[in-house]
Design a protein around this ligand. Structure first.
Ligand code: C2O
Ligand code: CU
Length: 499
């Protein structure tokens, strides 16, 4: 089945009065609306099956699930302050939804099945509509059985341009993905197998940039590129070594950060994370430089080669300013914030699934898992797919009681402990948070993120103002971990609601 739609479906409406756009637009309160929005931009996405050439010939094409017959799905590109309307058609054989990862949308537009909407049935349509409150690099993907739907290719970039962007020669988006392909180039059907679920997720064997196994990327000497990196993989963590080139990080998860070089010149992106870097092409004409992914010990590989053209663009790197304008985020009041503790448990460790029994075991008493009784209940947990726990609870499906209820308008600190032997990129919907500290040490940039990668045993403190009412997902973005329980709901009360 082929679902080719015209990619050029952007319509632009200039409205005389901003009041007109909001009339009857979407039910529910817009707390983050931009009253000055002047443009409504409409897009159509159709989720369906399509053959895609991921791997160069002589390999065959790969049967994927994707949006509008392309991997990644079409880039949704708007200006900050625009209103976005996306009409989603579901041509899959199963239910789906679309989540706008990192966008601070009203709860009803968040795309979480059963929590914020009824899933979009096969053959039906749902219209999403929300304002681009923040400028930055975002992405979209289903939230319904995401470990398979995203894993088969359903995702796309969503770019919100600043009204006054920083100056660069080229603005490039690289959507990184990782596929598990069989010898004949098809997607391996072992989605959600117990091993992936209980270890580091579905790490594949084929890495693509913008839906294609990359060979080379052409650049010019002296050129300045803004590179927007999006990790759309289910589970693979990327650690990109730029070699002689020195990328400068200007935004993380869409949010501006003081321009700085990555530690050890290694750019680390957990699943769902985005990093915007500015790179000056300091190499010489006709030269070739290799970018390497070195994240997993002993498994480093060549990601892509930068190939310089035979003519320079300019002699030396330009000195243009790299600082992006701030987004309208509420600054948390750290002194008066409410504190919450969250512990992640579970997963394989020494051949056993480590879980929180009875809810009272701290991360330091995890070793005591010997009794036959707990072994038995462990096996039951594994068979039911409950392998990972947040504060002792493994989620099943998207319907669940809130693990935390936060007062609207208040500042909150969540102190998170990764009591497992694995990395976890922890994502919170509807908000961006400041990463305050790691293992008790203040971070150097107090970066705003929506997905924070936690190393094994790491403690991370995040802070934010709960300014977006509704029920929001809080989960690991290794999609197999999410499916195996590492997911919860944080509820933000309605303004003025008493609890
Ligand atoms: Cu990118 Cu809950 O998702
Ligand atoms: Cu995880």
């Amino acid at each position: 089945m082929k679902n080719q739609l015209t990619p050029e479906l952007t319509r632009r409406f200039f409205l005389k009065s901003s009041a007109a756009i909001f009339a009857g637009a979407v039910a529910g309160g817009y707390t983050l609306r931009n009253a000055n929005a002047v443009a409504l931009k409409e897009f159509r996405l159709q989720a369906g099956q399509s053959p895609i050439r991921l791997v160069p010939e002589p390999s065959g094409v790969t049967n994927t699930w994707c949006f509008n017959g392309q991997v990644p799905g079409p880039e949704i590109r708007v200006r900050q302050g625009d209103r976005i309307r996306v009409i989603v058609d579901n041509a899959l054989d199963e239910e789906t939804t679309v989540h706008w990862h990192g966008m601070r949308v009203p709860n009803a537009m968040d795309g979480v099945p059963h929590l914020t909407q009824t899933p979009i049935a096969s053959g039906s349509t749902f219209t999403y509509e929300f304002d681009a409150v923040d400028a930055g690099t975002f992405w979209y993907h289903p939230h319904q059985r995401s470990f398979e739907q995203v894993g088969r290719g359903l995702y796309g970039p969503l770019i919100v341009e600043e009204s006054a962007p920083i100056r660069v020669d080229r603005d490039i988006t690289w959507v990184l993905d990782d596929w598990r392909l069989t010898a004949d180039g098809q997607i391996s059907n072992d989605f959600g197998n117990p091993h992936d679920m209980s270890h580091n997720g579905r790490v594949g064997n084929t890495v693509t940039i913008n839906g294609r196994v990359p060979e080379t990327f052409s650049v010019h000497q002296g050129e300045r590129i803004r590179l927007r990196l999006i990790n759309a993989a289910n589970a693979r963590i990327f650690g990109i070594d730029f070699g002689e080139h020195e990328p400068v990080i200007v935004a993380i998860d869409g949010q501006p950060v003081a321009p700085h070089k990555p530690e050890d010149n290694l750019l680390v992106l957990g699943p769902a994370m985005r990093v915007d870097v500015v790179i000056d092409m300091i190499g010489g004409v006709n030269q070739r430089y290799t970018l390497t992914d070195t994240f997993y010990r002993g498994l480093k590989y060549r990601l892509v080669d930068l190939v310089y053209a035979d003519t320079p663009l300019r002699e030396r790197a330009p000195g243009w300013d790299m600082q992006l304008p701030a987004n309208p985020l509420s600054e948390p009041d750290i002194q008066n914030a409410e504190r919450h503790e969250v512990t992640f448990n579970g997963g394989m460790m020494g051949g056993m699934v480590m879980q929180e029994m009875g809810g009272s075991m701290g991360h330091d008493s995890m070793g005591s898992m010997g009794s036959m009784e707990s072994m038995g209940s462990m096996m039951t947990m594994m068979h039911s797919g409950r392998i990972w726990f947040i504060n002792g609870v493994a989620a099943e499906g998207h319907i669940m009681d809130p693990m935390l209820t936060l007062h609207h308008g208040r500042s909150h600190i969540i102190a998170m402990t990764n009591a497992t032997a694995w990395h976890h990129p922890i994502h919170f919907h509807g908000h961006s948070f400041r990463v305050l500290s790691r293992n008790g040490r203040p971070t150097s940039h107090r970066e705003w993120q929506d997905t924070v990668l936690m190393a094994p045993k790491e403690r991370v403190e995040i802070a934010f103002v709960a300014d977006n009412p509704g029920g929001w997902m809080f989960h690991c973005h290794i999609l197999e971990h999410q499916a195996a329980g590492m997911m919860g709901v944080i509820r933000v009360t309605e303004p003025g609601e008493r609890t």
